[in-house]
Design a protein. Structure first.
Length: 434
């Protein structure tokens, strides 16, 4: 049909995503051949246990040398996860002239610069659409479609597990522990859910998106991370009363300081999202990414963020891109380092919801407003949850929503507030997104 020799892919891993890739390759072989311009065949598939029945035929192996640096394998697809030995094997593959497709967000967030450089040096492609937001096409639109524009902000719901939990807490009024157990029973959350609920999965994806958006090398260590384990049903109800939903968001924001210098703020945090914001309506295990650019304006990308076939679909899109590039002899793109712009952990400039437990007595609010004023943090609104029972020193909830302010300034101000005699506890500090 094509006149070109068949291209062979080798898979490292055949778990949930790898199995999805194999199924899609078999089901859509003719369509893939038409789009690539040559047949794409599955070669060796490396797994830990050959004896396990995966319900699909393949050339199983436990030896990575059957794939890595094997001249019969054109494209290496890595879907096994983890940093090592994946990093070592993929560097070896790139240096041997093999193109690489990976869904490994942790590896890219920690060692992306090294992998990008190896791909560029060896004139091969490194594709990783599936590393962020599952089936949602977000890497290529940012890297290619918006390459002539200036992206100023990337903000999104990047973890389906936490979005499922927060959605159920809001809809059912249930507490975190109850909904987490339900998410684990349904398969949305792992037995050890810490990477999701502590925000590190979303942080790795945020680092990758920020690197592409701003032509900068941003690693996982640059991202300030706050998870959702401290979010309560009462906090969600209060946010709803004020016109907001709580979502775990990844932030990557380019800002210009008064000095004329630019900064890149990167963080993951629960946020109060106004009901009119498109991210507020993203329910269940879905993901969504909101991009703002000088020319394109605001763009929204939405869809399933995980799963065998959705993520497998993104991997296959990368396989087609890598295969086309291989036939055309294309040189791989690379992520540049933007000189002089250092990433700053946090959510950057934002409005903030400061929820405190304070003594219910006269003069406490005046003390708080004095500290805010001295630090030039302006209040947008104040709300107090009723009154205490009259017992001396008993606390009440006090919510302060600020006007836009820098995250580091707000955190410093809150530390000062916690030193006041009338302020008992910081319940939560979250950015507000209208």
């Amino acid at each position: 049909m094509s006149g070109h020799k068949a291209l062979t892919i080798g898979l490292l891993g055949a778990g949930t995503v790898g199995t999805g890739v194999l199924k899609l390759l078999q089901a859509h072989a003719d369509q893939i051949e038409r789009r690539v311009g040559a047949p794409v065949r599955v070669g060796p598939v490396m797994v830990r246990d050959i004896s396990r029945n995966r319900g699909i035929d393949a050339q199983w192996t436990t030896n990575p040398k059957d794939i890595i640096a094997n001249p019969a394998v054109d494209i290496v697809v890595e879907v096994m996860g983890g940093v090592e030995p994946a990093r070592t094997w993929l560097l070896e593959a790139l240096n041997a002239g093999q193109s690489v497709v990976t869904a490994n967000k942790e590896l890219l967030a920690k060692h992306g610069r090294e992998l990008y450089a190896a791909a560029a040096a060896n004139h091969v492609r490194l594709e990783y659409e599936a590393a962020v937001a599952g089936a949602i096409p977000i890497i290529r639109p940012m890297r290619d479609s918006l390459s002539g524009d200036r992206i100023t902000k990337v903000m999104g719901i990047l973890n389906g597990t936490t979005n499922f939990i927060l959605t159920k807490m809001a809809e059912d009024g249930a507490d975190f522990g109850t909904v987490l157990a339900e998410a684990q029973a349904l398969g949305y959350a792992e037995a050890d859910p810490s990477a999701d609920v502590d925000g590190f999965d979303a942080a790795a994806k945020t680092a990758i998106l920020a690197s592409i958006a701003f032509d900068a090398v941003i690693t996982l260590e640059d991202v300030e991370v706050t998870g959702i384990t401290a979010i309560t049903a009462d906090q969600i109800a209060l946010a709803s009363k004020m016109g907001y939903v709580i979502k775990l968001l990844g932030f990557a924001i380019r800002e210009q300081l008064a000095t004329g210098e630019e900064t890149i703020s990167v963080g993951v945090s629960p946020a109060w999202v106004g009901h009119t914001n498109p991210l507020a309506g993203v329910r269940g295990a879905n993901n969504a990414v909101l991009i703002e650019a000088d020319g394109a304006g605001q763009l929204m990308f939405y869809g399933p963020g995980a799963g065998s076939l959705p993520t497998g679909s993104a991997v296959m899109g990368d396989v087609v891109t890598a295969a086309r590039g291989r036939l055309a002899g294309e040189r791989a793109g690379s992520v540049a380092t933007t000189e002089g712009i250092k990433p700053v952990p946090g959510a950057g400039q934002s409005e903030w919801a400061v929820l405190l437990e304070v003594e219910d007595r006269a003069g406490v609010l005046a003390e708080i407003t004095s500290v805010l004023g001295r630090n030039q943090v302006s209040m947008k609104s104040v709300w107090q949850e009723g009154h205490a029972s009259g017992i001396e020193g008993e606390g009440v909830s006090l919510l302060i929503v600020t006007h836009e302010a820098d995250s580091q300034l707000v955190k410093t101000t809150v530390e000062e507030l916690l030193g006041l005699p009338g302020v008992q506890t910081l319940i939560s500090l979250t950015p507000v997104i209208d």
